[in-house]
Write a protein that binds this ligand. Structure first.
Ligand SMILES: [Zn+2]
Length: 284
């Protein structure tokens, strides 16, 4: 059996002290491939460099994009924020467009992009600021959907309390290459809405927590062909490692939790999961 971590922030400083060793350990655990999404322009070069890393047996692939958290700044009112280049949609669209065209054959997706309602609520002082932030997140997300479509690339989508905002945009923009709803949690109906559009769902450490009953029951009922395995490391550690730095090595724990949820034999599950990754990110 061999595995792909379809969402791991290997470019974060948490992993910089001994990356070669970590990659060796991953390969020894049959984690043969890792997909690294990026969160902001300052990280684009880092993920591209990682994807170009020749000194490892692990196959590393990368994506370029703006994480919605990049758009949530505390302690600044919006009038000041809008003067920041960071939040200037036209400027950032230009940046991303250029980076994609320069590196088109080195990237496999746009992301991570999306909408995070939870974080927007937590970091804004009043309803107006909250609504303004959501509009900004939505505009950046749409901009990335448009670029994904133009470049025939799939998207890696971040969600948090935002299915009701994300789904209509995905329906509207009709991407040819579709994408993945990463770290999926939600109801069967929400999952089915994405799957009916052709999207895949990223399954991570959440399913190792018995309290995640709703998500676990959802995943039990979904077609195996719609699932991808991921860690989201260094975030989202599995059960027993709360508060610790998550590692791509925990992918095996997520896989084991999945085999307990599903009825299919272990090897069959592993094989199908890797086929899913191939189909979404590595096929023409
Ligand atoms: Zn992520």
């Amino acid at each position: 059996m061999q595995f792909t971590d379809s969402h791991c922030h290997l470019d974060f400083t948490e992993f910089s002290h001994d990356l070669p060793k970590l990659l060796q350990q991953c390969f020894a655990q049959n984690i043969h491939r890792i997909i690294v999404p990026s969160v902001k322009p300052e990280h684009w070069q880092r993920v591209l460099t990682l994807a170009n890393e020749k000194n490892t047996e692990v196959n590393i692939a990368c994506a370029l994009g703006f994480h919605p958290w990049f758009l949530i700044l505390q302690d600044l009112d919006l009038s000041k924020k809008l003067h920041l280049k960071n939040l200037d949609l036209t400027f950032q669209e230009q940046q991303l467009r250029q980076a994609i065209s320069k590196n088109r054959n080195k990237i496999i997706a746009i992301g991570e992009c999306g909408i995070d309602v939870f974080k927007a609520k937590k970091n804004t002082e009043n309803e107006q600021a909250f609504n303004e932030n959501l509009n900004l997140q939505q505009a950046f997300f749409e901009m990335q959907l448009v670029l994904a479509k133009e470049n025939n690339l799939p998207v890696i989508v971040h969600h948090c309390q935002s299915h009701q905002l994300i789904l209509p945009l995905l329906k509207q923009h009709k991407l040819e290459k579709l994408g993945v709803i990463h770290a999926f949690s939600g109801s069967y109906q929400q999952a089915k809405d994405y799957i009916d559009l052709g999207f895949k769902l990223g399954i991570g450490g959440t399913i190792t927590y018995p309290r995640a009953k709703k998500t676990i029951n959802t995943i039990k009922r979904l077609p195996l062909s719609s699932l991808l395995l991921e860690t989201d490391a260094p975030a989202m550690p599995p059960l027993g490692q709360q508060g610790m730095i998550n590692s791509p090595l925990n992918l095996i724990k997520v896989f084991q939790a999945l085999t307990l949820i599903r009825d299919e034999p272990e090897e069959f599950i592993a094989e199908q999961l890797d086929v899913n990754v191939e189909q979404l990110f590595f096929s023409e």
